[in-house]
Design a protein around this ligand. Sequence first.
Ligand SMILES: N[C@@H](CCC(=O)N[C@@H](CS)C(=O)NCC(=O)O)C(=O)O
Length: 195
Amino acid sequence: DYKLTYFDIRGRGEFIRFIFAAANHKFEDNRINPADWSNLKASTPFQQLPTLEIHEDSETVILAQSKAIARFLADRFGFNGENEIERALIDMYGCQLGDLFDSTVGKNLTNQQFDTILNQNFKFFEDRLNKNGSGFLVGGKISWADIFLSQMTEFLDKYKNMYLDKYPQVKALDEYVRDLPGVKEWIQNRPTTPF
Ligand SMILES: N[C@@H](CCC(=O)N[C@@H](CS)C(=O)NCC(=O)O)C(=O)O
Protein backbone atom coordinates (compact mmCIF):
# COMPACT_ATOMS: atom_id res chain seq x y z
CA ASP A 1 0.00 0.00 0.00
CA TYR A 2 3.02 2.34 0.23
CA LYS A 3 5.71 2.83 -2.40
CA LEU A 4 8.69 4.97 -1.43
CA THR A 5 10.72 6.11 -4.41
CA TYR A 6 14.22 7.43 -3.85
CA PHE A 7 17.75 6.97 -5.10
CA ASP A 8 19.85 4.01 -3.96
CA ILE A 9 21.28 5.96 -1.06
CA ARG A 10 20.34 6.75 2.54
CA GLY A 11 20.28 10.53 1.95
CA ARG A 12 16.89 12.11 2.53
CA GLY A 13 15.08 8.78 2.28
CA GLU A 14 16.51 6.70 5.05
CA PHE A 15 14.72 8.33 7.98
CA ILE A 16 11.45 7.56 6.18
CA ARG A 17 12.57 3.94 5.77
CA PHE A 18 13.36 3.96 9.52
CA ILE A 19 9.80 5.17 10.26
CA PHE A 20 8.37 2.21 8.34
CA ALA A 21 10.81 -0.11 10.09
CA ALA A 22 10.03 1.28 13.56
CA ALA A 23 6.33 0.69 12.85
CA ASN A 24 7.06 -2.79 11.48
CA HIS A 25 5.15 -1.79 8.39
CA LYS A 26 6.06 -3.21 4.98
CA PHE A 27 6.63 -0.81 2.09
CA GLU A 28 7.95 -0.99 -1.45
CA ASP A 29 11.49 0.34 -1.32
CA ASN A 30 11.77 1.58 -4.91
CA ARG A 31 15.35 2.64 -5.62
CA ILE A 32 15.88 4.55 -8.86
CA ASN A 33 19.19 4.37 -10.64
CA PRO A 34 20.50 7.71 -11.91
CA ALA A 35 20.14 6.67 -15.57
CA ASP A 36 16.36 6.33 -15.13
CA TRP A 37 15.90 9.54 -13.20
CA SER A 38 15.56 11.90 -16.18
CA ASN A 39 12.54 9.90 -17.42
CA LEU A 40 10.85 9.95 -14.05
CA LYS A 41 11.73 13.46 -12.90
CA ALA A 42 8.92 15.32 -14.71
CA SER A 43 6.29 13.03 -13.24
CA THR A 44 7.15 13.91 -9.63
CA PRO A 45 5.42 16.87 -7.93
CA PHE A 46 8.57 18.99 -7.53
CA GLN A 47 10.98 17.13 -9.84
CA GLN A 48 12.72 15.72 -6.80
CA LEU A 49 12.79 12.61 -4.65
CA PRO A 50 11.77 11.12 -2.27
CA THR A 51 8.12 10.55 -3.12
CA LEU A 52 5.61 8.32 -1.42
CA GLU A 53 2.79 6.72 -3.39
CA ILE A 54 -0.16 5.85 -1.23
CA HIS A 55 -2.60 3.35 -2.72
CA GLU A 56 -5.89 3.53 -0.93
CA ASP A 57 -9.57 3.06 -1.75
CA SER A 58 -8.77 2.74 -5.47
CA GLU A 59 -7.07 6.14 -5.31
CA THR A 60 -3.37 6.92 -5.59
CA VAL A 61 -1.95 9.93 -3.78
CA ILE A 62 1.63 11.03 -4.38
CA LEU A 63 3.41 12.92 -1.66
CA ALA A 64 6.74 14.67 -2.07
CA GLN A 65 8.91 16.52 0.48
CA SER A 66 10.58 14.15 2.92
CA LYS A 67 9.28 15.84 6.06
CA ALA A 68 5.69 15.94 4.78
CA ILE A 69 5.99 12.20 4.08
CA ALA A 70 7.42 11.64 7.56
CA ARG A 71 4.60 13.57 9.26
CA PHE A 72 1.96 11.67 7.34
CA LEU A 73 3.43 8.28 8.23
CA ALA A 74 4.00 9.41 11.81
CA ASP A 75 0.29 10.26 12.09
CA ARG A 76 -0.59 6.85 10.70
CA PHE A 77 1.83 4.89 12.88
CA GLY A 78 1.52 6.81 16.15
CA PHE A 79 4.85 8.69 16.05
CA ASN A 80 3.40 12.20 16.08
CA GLY A 81 2.67 13.14 19.66
CA GLU A 82 -0.56 13.33 21.64
CA ASN A 83 -1.77 16.89 21.10
CA GLU A 84 -1.19 20.07 19.06
CA ILE A 85 1.61 21.34 21.28
CA GLU A 86 3.48 18.03 21.08
CA ARG A 87 2.98 17.92 17.32
CA ALA A 88 4.25 21.50 16.97
CA LEU A 89 7.38 20.68 18.97
CA ILE A 90 7.98 17.45 17.03
CA ASP A 91 7.60 19.45 13.83
CA MET A 92 10.02 22.11 15.08
CA TYR A 93 12.70 19.51 15.90
CA GLY A 94 12.08 17.68 12.63
CA CYS A 95 12.49 20.95 10.69
CA GLN A 96 15.71 21.72 12.55
CA LEU A 97 17.05 18.26 11.70
CA GLY A 98 16.12 18.88 8.06
CA ASP A 99 18.08 22.14 8.18
CA LEU A 100 20.99 20.31 9.80
CA PHE A 101 20.96 17.84 6.91
CA ASP A 102 20.81 20.66 4.34
CA SER A 103 23.69 22.56 5.91
CA THR A 104 26.05 19.60 6.35
CA VAL A 105 25.45 16.50 4.22
CA GLY A 106 27.25 16.77 0.89
CA LYS A 107 28.49 20.29 1.65
CA ASN A 108 32.20 20.91 1.45
CA LEU A 109 32.59 22.26 4.95
CA THR A 110 35.89 22.63 6.75
CA ASN A 111 36.28 20.39 9.80
CA GLN A 112 35.80 23.39 12.00
CA GLN A 113 32.59 24.53 10.30
CA PHE A 114 31.24 20.99 10.50
CA ASP A 115 32.21 20.68 14.15
CA THR A 116 30.58 23.99 15.10
CA ILE A 117 27.25 23.17 13.43
CA LEU A 118 27.16 19.66 14.87
CA ASN A 119 28.00 20.71 18.41
CA GLN A 120 25.41 23.47 18.35
CA ASN A 121 22.75 21.01 17.28
CA PHE A 122 23.75 18.08 19.48
CA LYS A 123 24.02 20.36 22.50
CA PHE A 124 20.53 21.64 21.82
CA PHE A 125 19.08 18.13 21.49
CA GLU A 126 21.03 16.87 24.53
CA ASP A 127 19.62 19.73 26.67
CA ARG A 128 16.15 19.11 25.34
CA LEU A 129 16.34 15.39 26.16
CA ASN A 130 17.62 16.19 29.66
CA LYS A 131 14.84 18.67 30.22
CA ASN A 132 12.09 16.42 28.90
CA GLY A 133 13.35 13.53 31.01
CA SER A 134 11.51 10.70 29.24
CA GLY A 135 14.34 9.70 26.91
CA PHE A 136 12.40 11.18 23.96
CA LEU A 137 12.43 14.70 22.55
CA VAL A 138 8.72 15.33 23.12
CA GLY A 139 6.25 13.89 25.62
CA GLY A 140 6.58 10.32 26.81
CA LYS A 141 6.87 8.35 23.61
CA ILE A 142 8.88 8.06 20.45
CA SER A 143 8.18 10.48 17.60
CA TRP A 144 9.40 10.92 14.04
CA ALA A 145 11.81 13.60 15.30
CA ASP A 146 13.48 11.01 17.57
CA ILE A 147 13.72 8.60 14.63
CA PHE A 148 15.10 11.37 12.39
CA LEU A 149 17.74 12.35 14.99
CA SER A 150 18.87 8.74 15.36
CA GLN A 151 19.05 8.12 11.61
CA MET A 152 20.99 11.37 11.05
CA THR A 153 23.83 10.17 13.29
CA GLU A 154 24.73 7.77 10.46
CA PHE A 155 26.05 10.67 8.42
CA LEU A 156 28.78 11.16 11.02
CA ASP A 157 30.36 7.91 9.77
CA LYS A 158 33.62 7.32 11.64
CA TYR A 159 33.06 10.40 13.83
CA LYS A 160 29.78 9.09 15.21
CA ASN A 161 31.12 7.71 18.50
CA MET A 162 33.35 10.71 19.01
CA TYR A 163 30.31 13.01 18.92
CA LEU A 164 27.83 10.79 20.70
CA ASP A 165 30.22 10.15 23.61
CA LYS A 166 29.87 13.87 24.37
CA TYR A 167 26.07 13.70 24.25
CA PRO A 168 24.93 10.69 26.33
CA GLN A 169 21.19 11.40 26.07
CA VAL A 170 21.37 11.57 22.28
CA LYS A 171 23.46 8.40 22.33
CA ALA A 172 20.89 6.59 24.49
CA LEU A 173 18.05 7.70 22.21
CA ASP A 174 20.00 6.55 19.15
CA GLU A 175 20.57 3.14 20.76
CA TYR A 176 16.90 2.89 21.70
CA VAL A 177 15.77 3.56 18.12
CA ARG A 178 18.30 1.13 16.62
CA ASP A 179 17.25 -1.52 19.11
CA LEU A 180 13.58 -1.45 18.11
CA PRO A 181 13.00 -4.89 16.55
CA GLY A 182 11.86 -3.54 13.17
CA VAL A 183 14.72 -1.04 12.93
CA LYS A 184 17.27 -3.62 14.00
CA GLU A 185 16.07 -6.00 11.30
CA TRP A 186 16.01 -3.20 8.71
CA ILE A 187 19.60 -2.20 9.49
CA GLN A 188 20.75 -5.82 9.23
CA ASN A 189 19.09 -6.37 5.84
CA ARG A 190 19.14 -2.99 4.08
CA PRO A 191 21.32 -2.40 1.03
CA THR A 192 24.78 -1.08 1.86
CA THR A 193 25.36 2.35 0.35
CA PRO A 194 28.18 4.86 0.83
CA PHE A 195 25.91 7.63 2.17
N1 LIG B 1 13.11 19.45 0.44
C1 LIG B 1 13.12 18.23 -0.33
C2 LIG B 1 14.47 18.13 -1.02
C3 LIG B 1 14.48 16.96 -1.98
C4 LIG B 1 15.81 16.84 -2.69
O1 LIG B 1 16.71 17.71 -2.61
N2 LIG B 1 15.96 15.72 -3.42
C5 LIG B 1 17.16 15.45 -4.17
C6 LIG B 1 17.82 14.17 -3.66
S1 LIG B 1 18.22 14.23 -1.94
C7 LIG B 1 16.81 15.20 -5.63
O2 LIG B 1 15.73 14.76 -5.96
N3 LIG B 1 17.78 15.45 -6.52
C8 LIG B 1 17.65 15.17 -7.93
C9 LIG B 1 17.21 16.36 -8.73
O3 LIG B 1 16.96 17.45 -8.15
O4 LIG B 1 17.12 16.21 -9.97
C10 LIG B 1 12.85 17.04 0.58
O5 LIG B 1 13.16 17.12 1.78
O6 LIG B 1 12.29 16.04 0.11
